[in-house]
Design a protein around this ligand. Structure first.
Ligand SMILES: [Cu+2]
Length: 147
């Protein structure tokens, strides 16, 4: 009888430990170790950096900040990628319009922050630019290089 009680006790402790171990904190930290974090600044009217380098298969997190006075967006057309997630800003469909679906689109008002996380699945050079009228022409573009 006593042995049964002990077994049940161990089982309960095991469950509690598993529940704690599965918490957000430890998992998030584990994931972060495998993510390449890249800060991307939007200014009036330029991106910093102008070249973003990542490696194929890598999980990438782009952390955006619009430090300009104007609305800006970070847009990439048709880039193969896996498991994309976005937070902050507006990433609505139809912003870029005409059925050509942007692979990435993050629009931020002045002072806003946003994040796009994705997996780089194919080697290549992908142009990113701001779709606000005149911004790309004024130099607001860059290259996301997957090697
Ligand atoms: Cu812009």
């Amino acid at each position: 009888m006593r042995r049964v009680v002990l077994l049940v006790l161990f089982a309960v402790i095991g469950l509690l430990a598993a529940a704690c171990g599965g918490g957000d904190g430890s998992d998030a930290e584990g994931d972060d170790a495998a993510v390449r974090e890249v800060g991307v600044m939007m200014r009036d009217i330029v991106f910093e950096p102008a070249i973003i380098e990542v490696e194929r298969g890598e999980r990438v997190r782009l952390n955006f900040e619009n430090s300009g006075a104007l609305v800006h967006d970070f847009s990439v057309d048709l880039m193969p990628m896996g498991r994309m997630a976005m937070t902050g800003g507006t990433s609505g469909n139809g912003h870029g319009g005409h059925g050509a679906e942007a692979a990435m689109h993050m629009a931020l008002a002045a002072g806003e922050h946003g994040m796009i996380e994705f997996e780089a699945t194919e080697v290549g050079e992908y142009v990113y630019y701001c779709t606000e009228p005149g911004h790309r022409e004024a130099g607001m573009h860059g290259i996301l290089r997957v090697s």
